[in-house]
Design a protein around this ligand. Structure first.
Ligand SMILES: [Zn+2]
Length: 149
């Protein structure tokens, strides 16, 4: 039994602000709607980066889409417990290298820690655009997050 916390961070599915749409983000959004998380990686220096850009932020080389693992670790986070609903903003370092500003969801704020493994989960914005969020990996899922059969 998980310990009781007053700060449940929900998925907020369908309740996130709509991200700005652009031609550059269209492939990302299309893949995300299929549950795939895309990053761009430089074809010159080989480094991946976030957010997606057509020119490498490290060497200005050309970049290409690739599917990322969706695995990462919490680099830093803060819980906005007084917001309604409460939310947690975090920097998550992806397994592929880049660190992205994101939200931690589907967990209790008290279970979060720097260095903790997290996994991507897409939540929907108000207009149905997938928003990449992260949740802790492994045991300890709150009962209200049990996947539906
Ligand atoms: Zn590069």
């Amino acid at each position: 039994m998980a310990r009781i916390s007053s700060t449940c961070l929900t998925l907020r599915d369908g309740d996130w602000p709509d991200p700005p749409a652009s031609p550059e983000s269209a492939p990302f959004v299309a893949a995300a709607k299929e549950g795939r998380f895309l990053l761009r990686r430089c074809t010159a220096c080989g480094k991946a980066h976030w957010y997606p850009r057509s020119l490498c932020p490290f060497c200005f080389g050309e970049t290409a889409w690739e599917e990322a693992s969706g695995e990462g670790t919490i680099y830093s986070f803060t819980v906005l417990a007084r917001e309604d609903p409460p939310r947690a903003i975090a920097y998550v370092t992806l397994a592929e290298g880049p660190t992205m500003l994101t939200s931690l969801v589907a967990c209790e704020a008290g279970q979060l820690a720097i260095g903790q493994p997290v996994r991507l989960v897409f939540a929907s914005s108000k207009n149905g655009t997938p928003v990449p969020c992260f949740r802790p990996v492994g045991e300890g899922d709150p009962p209200w997050m049990e996947p539906e059969a």
